[in-house]
Design a protein. Structure first.
Length: 126
């Protein structure tokens, strides 16, 4: 297995990593069965080595730069919110926050749903 994936597995023991053909598949980030990431084996994966998927947040924590990145969602490049910066205080500590492109963009590009929604379980009311 790729040494960087071994490290991410050590930091996130709930993950499962499958190796198949020419890909690695990371299952259960944030302990969520519906999400996975698929990477080609020839892809450079060193930026993943220090990533933690905190269960309580829709975010990634990069230990190498001590940064917590919240996943906000797709936003039009013209939106004013992209220029927003603010300070967040938690337990007396100040955190400088802003909207910016994801530092580990290949995580976003490799996102794959692991299954389709169960449409047979939808209920209707009359």
């Amino acid at each position: 297995m790729n040494k960087h994936l071994e490290n991410i597995l050590n930091l996130n023991p709930e993950l499962t990593i499958e190796e198949k053909d020419n890909t690695y598949k990371i299952l259960r980030p944030w302990n969520d069965k519906s999400i996975s990431f698929v990477f080609a084996k020839n892809k450079k994966l060193d930026s993943l080595a220090n990533i933690i998927f905190p269960h309580q947040l829709v975010a990634i924590f990069d230990k190498s730069i001590n940064a917590l990145e919240f996943i906000y969602g797709p936003v039009n490049k013209e939106e004013k919110i992209l220029k927003r910066k603010f300070d967040f205080y938690f337990k007396g500590q100040k955190f400088e926050c802003s909207f910016s492109p994801m530092s580990v963009t290949h995580i976003a590009k490799s996102n794959k749903p692991t299954h389709e929604p169960a449409l047979d379980k939808v209920s209707a009311c009359n």
